[in-house]
Write a protein that binds this ligand. Structure first.
Ligand SMILES: O=C(O)C(=O)Cc1ccccc1
Length: 279
Protein backbone atom coordinates (compact mmCIF):
# COMPACT_ATOMS: atom_id res chain seq x y z
CA UNK A 1 0.00 0.00 0.00
CA UNK A 2 1.20 3.53 -0.76
CA UNK A 3 2.33 5.63 2.21
CA UNK A 4 1.59 9.36 2.41
CA UNK A 5 4.25 12.08 2.51
CA UNK A 6 3.01 15.35 4.03
CA UNK A 7 4.59 18.56 2.75
CA UNK A 8 4.00 22.30 2.64
CA UNK A 9 1.48 23.19 -0.09
CA UNK A 10 -0.41 24.28 -2.13
CA UNK A 11 1.16 22.34 -5.06
CA UNK A 12 4.27 23.85 -6.61
CA UNK A 13 6.23 24.68 -3.43
CA UNK A 14 9.95 24.02 -3.16
CA UNK A 15 9.12 21.57 -0.37
CA UNK A 16 6.89 19.65 -2.78
CA UNK A 17 9.87 19.36 -5.18
CA UNK A 18 11.95 17.99 -2.27
CA UNK A 19 9.11 15.59 -1.35
CA UNK A 20 9.00 14.33 -4.97
CA UNK A 21 12.76 13.65 -4.78
CA UNK A 22 12.15 11.67 -1.53
CA UNK A 23 9.25 9.77 -3.14
CA UNK A 24 11.45 8.78 -6.12
CA UNK A 25 14.26 7.75 -3.78
CA UNK A 26 11.88 5.63 -1.62
CA UNK A 27 10.57 3.83 -4.69
CA UNK A 28 14.08 3.16 -6.01
CA UNK A 29 15.61 2.08 -2.67
CA UNK A 30 12.75 0.12 -1.10
CA UNK A 31 10.10 -0.36 -3.82
CA UNK A 32 7.69 1.53 -1.55
CA UNK A 33 5.02 3.62 -3.33
CA UNK A 34 4.07 6.98 -1.84
CA UNK A 35 1.57 9.74 -2.47
CA UNK A 36 2.04 13.45 -1.71
CA UNK A 37 -0.28 15.26 0.75
CA UNK A 38 -0.01 19.07 0.80
CA UNK A 39 -0.69 20.92 4.10
CA UNK A 40 -1.19 24.68 4.56
CA UNK A 41 1.70 25.20 7.01
CA UNK A 42 4.95 23.61 8.24
CA UNK A 43 3.33 23.12 11.67
CA UNK A 44 0.38 21.22 10.20
CA UNK A 45 2.73 19.16 8.00
CA UNK A 46 4.67 17.92 11.04
CA UNK A 47 1.51 17.54 13.15
CA UNK A 48 0.07 15.24 10.44
CA UNK A 49 2.90 12.75 11.08
CA UNK A 50 2.84 13.13 14.86
CA UNK A 51 -0.90 12.31 14.82
CA UNK A 52 -0.37 9.44 12.31
CA UNK A 53 -2.54 11.08 9.67
CA UNK A 54 0.50 10.83 7.32
CA UNK A 55 3.47 8.44 7.52
CA UNK A 56 6.25 10.84 6.50
CA UNK A 57 6.84 14.58 6.23
CA UNK A 58 9.24 16.75 4.27
CA UNK A 59 10.03 20.20 5.70
CA UNK A 60 12.61 22.92 4.98
CA UNK A 61 15.20 23.14 7.76
CA UNK A 62 17.86 25.64 6.76
CA UNK A 63 18.78 27.98 3.92
CA UNK A 64 22.31 28.95 2.89
CA UNK A 65 21.40 32.67 2.84
CA UNK A 66 18.67 33.12 5.43
CA UNK A 67 19.61 30.45 7.97
CA UNK A 68 17.21 28.31 9.97
CA UNK A 69 13.54 27.81 9.26
CA UNK A 70 12.46 28.57 12.81
CA UNK A 71 8.98 27.09 12.32
CA UNK A 72 10.62 23.70 11.69
CA UNK A 73 12.98 23.90 14.69
CA UNK A 74 10.22 24.97 17.09
CA UNK A 75 7.85 22.21 15.93
CA UNK A 76 10.58 19.55 16.06
CA UNK A 77 11.22 20.45 19.69
CA UNK A 78 7.53 20.49 20.60
CA UNK A 79 6.53 17.29 18.75
CA UNK A 80 9.43 15.28 20.11
CA UNK A 81 8.39 11.95 18.55
CA UNK A 82 9.57 12.84 15.04
CA UNK A 83 12.80 11.27 13.79
CA UNK A 84 14.95 12.35 10.86
CA UNK A 85 15.23 9.70 8.12
CA UNK A 86 17.24 11.64 5.52
CA UNK A 87 18.32 15.18 4.67
CA UNK A 88 18.48 16.57 1.17
CA UNK A 89 19.92 19.77 -0.22
CA UNK A 90 18.27 21.50 -3.17
CA UNK A 91 19.38 24.59 -5.12
CA UNK A 92 16.70 27.31 -5.09
CA UNK A 93 16.08 29.73 -7.99
CA UNK A 94 13.30 32.24 -7.36
CA UNK A 95 11.13 33.75 -10.10
CA UNK A 96 8.78 36.75 -10.13
CA UNK A 97 5.31 35.65 -11.30
CA UNK A 98 2.60 38.13 -12.28
CA UNK A 99 -0.05 38.96 -14.88
CA UNK A 100 1.15 42.61 -14.79
CA UNK A 101 1.99 43.98 -18.26
CA UNK A 102 3.95 46.82 -16.73
CA UNK A 103 6.13 46.36 -13.58
CA UNK A 104 5.03 49.83 -12.41
CA UNK A 105 1.54 48.38 -11.86
CA UNK A 106 2.77 45.89 -9.22
CA UNK A 107 1.74 47.04 -5.74
CA UNK A 108 2.13 43.86 -3.67
CA UNK A 109 4.55 40.90 -3.76
CA UNK A 110 3.48 37.76 -1.88
CA UNK A 111 5.70 34.87 -0.82
CA UNK A 112 7.10 32.75 1.98
CA UNK A 113 9.20 34.91 4.40
CA UNK A 114 12.42 33.09 3.42
CA UNK A 115 11.80 33.73 -0.29
CA UNK A 116 11.07 37.44 0.34
CA UNK A 117 14.26 37.70 2.41
CA UNK A 118 16.32 35.89 -0.25
CA UNK A 119 15.17 38.45 -2.88
CA UNK A 120 15.19 41.55 -0.68
CA UNK A 121 17.84 43.52 -2.61
CA UNK A 122 16.30 42.61 -5.96
CA UNK A 123 12.88 43.84 -4.74
CA UNK A 124 14.44 47.09 -3.44
CA UNK A 125 16.11 47.65 -6.83
CA UNK A 126 13.38 46.65 -9.24
CA UNK A 127 10.08 46.97 -7.34
CA UNK A 128 10.80 49.66 -4.69
CA UNK A 129 7.15 50.69 -4.49
CA UNK A 130 5.72 47.19 -4.04
CA UNK A 131 4.83 45.99 -0.55
CA UNK A 132 6.23 42.53 0.37
CA UNK A 133 3.67 40.37 2.18
CA UNK A 134 4.68 37.13 3.92
CA UNK A 135 2.46 34.06 3.57
CA UNK A 136 2.79 30.41 4.64
CA UNK A 137 4.28 29.33 1.30
CA UNK A 138 5.53 30.61 -2.05
CA UNK A 139 2.40 29.23 -3.77
CA UNK A 140 -0.33 30.35 -1.35
CA UNK A 141 -1.15 33.50 -3.35
CA UNK A 142 -0.88 32.02 -6.85
CA UNK A 143 -4.64 31.43 -7.15
CA UNK A 144 -5.21 35.22 -6.83
CA UNK A 145 -2.68 36.30 -9.50
CA UNK A 146 -4.93 35.56 -12.48
CA UNK A 147 -7.57 38.13 -11.66
CA UNK A 148 -5.29 40.93 -10.46
CA UNK A 149 -2.38 42.48 -12.45
CA UNK A 150 -1.34 44.62 -9.44
CA UNK A 151 -0.05 41.61 -7.50
CA UNK A 152 2.99 39.40 -7.97
CA UNK A 153 4.45 36.38 -6.19
CA UNK A 154 7.94 35.00 -5.69
CA UNK A 155 7.79 31.32 -6.50
CA UNK A 156 9.56 28.65 -8.55
CA UNK A 157 9.58 28.23 -12.34
CA UNK A 158 7.82 24.88 -11.87
CA UNK A 159 5.05 26.62 -9.90
CA UNK A 160 4.62 29.12 -12.75
CA UNK A 161 4.23 26.22 -15.21
CA UNK A 162 1.82 24.35 -12.95
CA UNK A 163 -0.40 27.41 -12.40
CA UNK A 164 -0.03 28.70 -16.03
CA UNK A 165 1.40 32.03 -14.87
CA UNK A 166 3.93 34.25 -16.68
CA UNK A 167 7.48 34.63 -15.31
CA UNK A 168 8.54 38.31 -15.37
CA UNK A 169 12.09 37.70 -14.10
CA UNK A 170 14.26 34.74 -13.06
CA UNK A 171 16.46 34.14 -11.12
CA UNK A 172 15.82 37.01 -8.71
CA UNK A 173 17.58 35.68 -5.58
CA UNK A 174 20.21 38.13 -4.31
CA UNK A 175 22.89 35.42 -4.08
CA UNK A 176 23.21 32.88 -6.91
CA UNK A 177 24.38 30.07 -4.61
CA UNK A 178 21.07 29.68 -2.77
CA UNK A 179 20.44 26.19 -1.32
CA UNK A 180 17.91 24.82 1.16
CA UNK A 181 18.32 21.73 3.32
CA UNK A 182 15.13 19.72 3.73
CA UNK A 183 14.40 16.88 6.18
CA UNK A 184 12.42 13.69 5.63
CA UNK A 185 10.84 12.72 8.96
CA UNK A 186 8.68 9.93 10.35
CA UNK A 187 7.84 8.25 13.65
CA UNK A 188 10.16 5.29 12.96
CA UNK A 189 13.66 5.27 14.49
CA UNK A 190 16.32 6.94 12.32
CA UNK A 191 18.30 4.64 10.04
CA UNK A 192 21.68 5.94 11.28
CA UNK A 193 24.13 7.87 9.13
CA UNK A 194 26.89 10.42 8.95
CA UNK A 195 25.00 13.22 10.75
CA UNK A 196 23.19 13.48 14.09
CA UNK A 197 20.80 16.28 15.03
CA UNK A 198 19.78 17.01 18.60
CA UNK A 199 18.58 19.84 20.82
CA UNK A 200 18.87 20.60 24.51
CA UNK A 201 17.95 23.10 27.17
CA UNK A 202 20.41 23.96 29.96
CA UNK A 203 19.46 24.11 33.61
CA UNK A 204 20.82 27.38 34.87
CA UNK A 205 22.00 30.52 33.12
CA UNK A 206 25.56 30.34 34.48
CA UNK A 207 29.13 30.48 33.14
CA UNK A 208 29.95 27.30 31.19
CA UNK A 209 26.30 26.23 30.74
CA UNK A 210 26.88 25.95 26.99
CA UNK A 211 30.61 25.31 26.81
CA UNK A 212 30.36 22.19 29.01
CA UNK A 213 27.95 20.36 26.66
CA UNK A 214 30.03 21.43 23.64
CA UNK A 215 33.29 20.22 25.20
CA UNK A 216 31.80 16.73 25.50
CA UNK A 217 31.99 16.50 21.69
CA UNK A 218 35.21 18.50 21.26
CA UNK A 219 37.22 16.24 23.57
CA UNK A 220 36.12 13.21 21.50
CA UNK A 221 37.04 15.00 18.22
CA UNK A 222 33.40 14.91 17.10
CA UNK A 223 32.86 17.82 14.74
CA UNK A 224 29.98 20.20 15.34
CA UNK A 225 28.66 21.34 11.93
CA UNK A 226 25.94 23.69 13.13
CA UNK A 227 24.59 25.39 16.25
CA UNK A 228 21.44 27.45 16.52
CA UNK A 229 19.67 28.89 19.53
CA UNK A 230 15.92 29.36 19.87
CA UNK A 231 13.99 30.95 22.73
CA UNK A 232 12.49 28.39 25.15
CA UNK A 233 9.31 30.53 25.13
CA UNK A 234 9.30 30.22 28.95
CA UNK A 235 11.02 33.48 29.76
CA UNK A 236 13.08 36.14 28.03
CA UNK A 237 16.75 35.21 27.70
CA UNK A 238 16.26 31.43 28.08
CA UNK A 239 17.35 29.35 25.09
CA UNK A 240 17.27 25.92 23.51
CA UNK A 241 20.34 24.87 21.50
CA UNK A 242 19.99 22.87 18.30
CA UNK A 243 23.19 21.17 17.16
CA UNK A 244 24.27 19.01 14.22
CA UNK A 245 27.21 16.66 14.64
CA UNK A 246 29.27 14.86 12.03
CA UNK A 247 28.95 11.41 13.59
CA UNK A 248 26.51 8.51 13.92
CA UNK A 249 24.75 8.23 17.30
CA UNK A 250 25.26 4.44 17.16
CA UNK A 251 29.07 4.76 17.32
CA UNK A 252 30.79 4.04 20.67
CA UNK A 253 32.25 7.51 21.07
CA UNK A 254 28.90 9.21 20.34
CA UNK A 255 27.09 6.81 22.67
CA UNK A 256 29.32 7.80 25.59
CA UNK A 257 29.08 11.49 24.59
CA UNK A 258 25.28 11.34 24.63
CA UNK A 259 25.23 9.71 28.08
CA UNK A 260 27.51 12.49 29.39
CA UNK A 261 25.44 15.15 27.61
CA UNK A 262 22.25 13.97 29.33
CA UNK A 263 23.99 14.70 32.67
CA UNK A 264 24.86 18.28 31.66
CA UNK A 265 21.56 19.34 30.10
CA UNK A 266 18.06 19.90 31.45
CA UNK A 267 16.11 18.32 28.56
CA UNK A 268 17.83 16.50 25.70
CA UNK A 269 16.05 15.49 22.49
CA UNK A 270 17.84 13.39 19.87
CA UNK A 271 16.20 13.73 16.46
CA UNK A 272 18.31 10.95 14.95
CA UNK A 273 21.24 10.02 12.74
CA UNK A 274 20.84 10.08 9.00
CA UNK A 275 22.58 10.49 5.65
CA UNK A 276 22.18 13.24 3.06
CA UNK A 277 20.34 12.19 -0.10
CA UNK A 278 22.08 13.35 -3.23
CA UNK A 279 19.69 14.60 -5.93
O1 LIG B 1 7.09 28.08 0.27
C1 LIG B 1 7.74 27.17 -0.28
O2 LIG B 1 7.73 26.96 -1.51
C2 LIG B 1 8.56 26.31 0.55
O3 LIG B 1 8.73 25.15 0.26
C3 LIG B 1 9.30 26.96 1.70
C4 LIG B 1 10.56 27.52 1.15
C5 LIG B 1 10.62 28.87 0.84
C6 LIG B 1 11.81 29.39 0.32
C7 LIG B 1 12.91 28.57 0.10
C8 LIG B 1 12.82 27.22 0.40
C9 LIG B 1 11.65 26.70 0.95
Amino acid sequence: MAISIAHLGPPGTYTEAAAIACLDWLKQETGQDAILCPYPSIGQTLEAVASKEAQMAVVPMENSIEGSVTMTLDNLWQLDTLRIQRALVMPIFHALLSRAEDWEAIRVVYSHPQALAQCQKWLDNFLPKAQPIALNSTTEALQYLDGDPTIAAISSQQAAQLHHLPILACPINDYPDNCTRFLLLSLTPSPGGAYTSLAFSVGANQPGALVTPLQIFAKRSINLSRIESRPTKRSLGEYLFFIDLEADARGASMQSALVELADHTETLKIFGSYDVLSI
